[in-house]
Structure formats: C-alpha cells, structure tokens
Design a protein around this ligand. Structure first.
Ligand code: GLV
Length: 321
C-alpha cells in the first residue's frame, strides 16, 4: 500500500522521531523549520518497542545504523513519509519495503568519506607497525632495551593493496595509500575476487553490505590470501564471515586483521573475536570526528526537510536491489 503523497505533502509541521541524541545543529534546524521533534534520550539505542512507539505518530524518522527499519516498523507508523539514516550505509533499512510503501529513504552520503578513509589508514599504519601492542608493552614495563628483533612490522612502500569496492571511500583510501608507495588494485562487483586476493599484501573492504556481499570474505577468500596479509574492514561486519576470520587468525593463515566493524555489534561478552591473535579492533569509529558527525546530522536533516516539503531528498539511498 503506497502512501498518497498529494494528500499530505507540504504540511507546515511534521512530527519527527530522532532515534538518538546527535551532535551538531541538525535537531535545532528541524525545530527551526517548524517541526515537532522527539529525540530518544537514551545512551543505548531504543528497544524495538520504544522505536515502534516513537514512530507511531511520526511523519519523519531520523534513524541510526543501530535501528532496524523494516516493513513491520513502517506499518506501525502509518503517517511515515520520510526516513533519513544517520549513516552512509543503509543495510539496517528494508529499502524494498520503503519503496513498496512510497516512503523515500535518505543516507548521509559524501560527508563521511574522508573520515572513514583516514581511519582506514590509521588502522593500516597501526596494524602494520604494531602501534597498539608496542604502546601497551611500553607502559607495562616490557621496554627493556632497544630491540633489534622487537615489534617488527611490515613495510608499506611497494606493498600491494586490494581495495574491495569501487565507491567513494575506496577511492579515497587509494588516494591516501599512493603517497606511501603502496600499489593499489580495485575489485568491483564484476571482478573475480578469488583471483585477485593471492596478489594482495593488504585487503581493505569498502563495499556496502548487501545480499550479494554478505560473507564475501569467507573461508575460501581467506584461504586465497597471502599468509602474511592484512585484512582491514571499515564497512560492515557482515561482509566478513567472522567465524572463518577467527579461524584463519588462530591458524595463522593470514597475517592479521584490523576491524572497525564486527558481526554482531558490539560482539557479546566472551565472543572469540576479543581474543583472536593479531587482531586490532576498534568500536565502529570510522565517521567519528566532531565535524563529520555534525555533517552527517545536517545531511539527514536536509533529507528530511526536503522530503517533508515534497521535494526529492538531496542524497537518497540507492534503489533496492
Ligand atoms: C557508518 O558506518 C556509516 O555507514 O555511516
């Protein structure tokens, strides 16, 4: 059942549910535009019931990647006219269900490209030069002398990097890698990944999570990688078969991994990801700079303001596949 746009567009005031407190001016901008904005106040994401209650009367939803926005939620929100995700990824949203109901979906495209590419390089440098382990060792009294064989890492000049995904973030990583003397190859959706992996010293993932990319890095892919290669993931945990990755790290069949994302997030207490060897793990901070998070809020606000005014969203989500 598609929403009937003509009947409801161009109303002066809409109710907008924002699923968490956000940095930057986005919420003030929505209020200044005359909308009634309810911001979920918790530190943790709203529970399912809280989310359903929050959207029950809402015309606009500003969701986070931690919120599952599916057909059930859309049906529980009969007035819903616009969804803006505070993320560039939108695997938390059922795009087909939104399209069926005529609800436009927006994403925070463009604004987090640099921050995410910077974090990818930070992970690459930190993992390649043992920054975290050596820093811990220095503080823990294990710095006994200048050690000819201590904390040996990998050189970057001449290293082969395979960037999986030909989008903006992958391109931005390639731009940053070039001045280090890293040689970059891309793998897009039509390339034979298994043929490219054996050449790479560094594999960095920048494709969205879709039905086609779920577990793209599985046992076969990990087996195709070089034994001293590094896997970096700053996209979505589900692109990697995490059990297969842990097995590969434990067996030493790849050199290491640096993850900004896991599956699920956060991992449950006691998850073997926490004890896997040669693994650098950070808590999904790819876009976590103050300016980028403010820009993401502004992007979501721009998408909502446009759609609630009957205009196309400036940065719509991709069409459902
Ligand atoms: C972060 O992971 C995003 O998709 O914006």
């Amino acid at each position: 059942m598609a929403r009937a746009p003509g009947a409801v567009w161009c109303r002066a005031m809409s109710r907008i549910f924002v699923a968490r407190r956000l940095p930057g001016p986005a919420i003030d901008r929505l209020r200044e535009a005359g909308h009634e904005v309810e911001v979920y106040p918790g530190e943790l994401p709203p529970s399912r019931d809280e989310l359903l209650a929050g959207v029950a009367e809402a015309e606009g939803l500003l969701s986070l990647l931690t919120d599952r926005v599916d057909g059930e939620l859309m049906d529980a929100a009969p007035n819903l006219e616009a969804i803006a995700n505070f993320a560039v990824g939108c695997d938390n949203i059922d795009l087909a269900a939104a399209a069926e109901r005529g609800i436009p979906v927006g994403v925070a495209a463009h604004v987090l490209t640099d921050a995410t590419a910077d974090l990818t390089m930070a992970l690459l440098l930190a993992a390649s030069r043992n920054i975290v382990t050596s820093e811990h060792d220095a503080h823990a009294g294990r710095w006994k002398t200048w050690e000819p064989e201590g904390w040996l890492g990998r050189d970057l000049r001449g290293a082969q990097m395979l960037v999986v995904g030909r989008g903006r973030i992958g391109q931005a990583v390639a731009e940053r890698a070039a001045p280090f003397g890293i040689e970059v190859t891309f793998a897009g959706r039509d390339d034979d990944l298994l043929a490219l992996l054996p050449e790479a010293d560094i594999v960095t993932l920048h494709c969205p999570l879709t039905d086609q990319t779920r577990h793209l890095i599985d046992t076969a892919a990990l087996e195709a990688m070089k034994p001293d290669s590094l896997l970096i993931n700053t996209t979505r945990g589900g692109v990697v078969d995490q059990a297969a990755l842990i097995a590969a790290l434990e067996a030493g069949t790849i050199g290491g991994a640096a993850l900004d994302v896991t599956d699920p997030e956060p991992p449950a207490e006691g998850d073997p990801i926490f004890t896997a060897p040669n693994l650098l793990l950070v808590p999904h901070i790819g876009s976590a700079t103050a300016a980028t998070r403010a820009a993401m809020g502004n992007s979501a606000a721009d998408n909502l303001l446009a759609a609630l005014d009957g205009r196309p969203m400036p940065t719509p989500a991709p069409a459902p596949s």
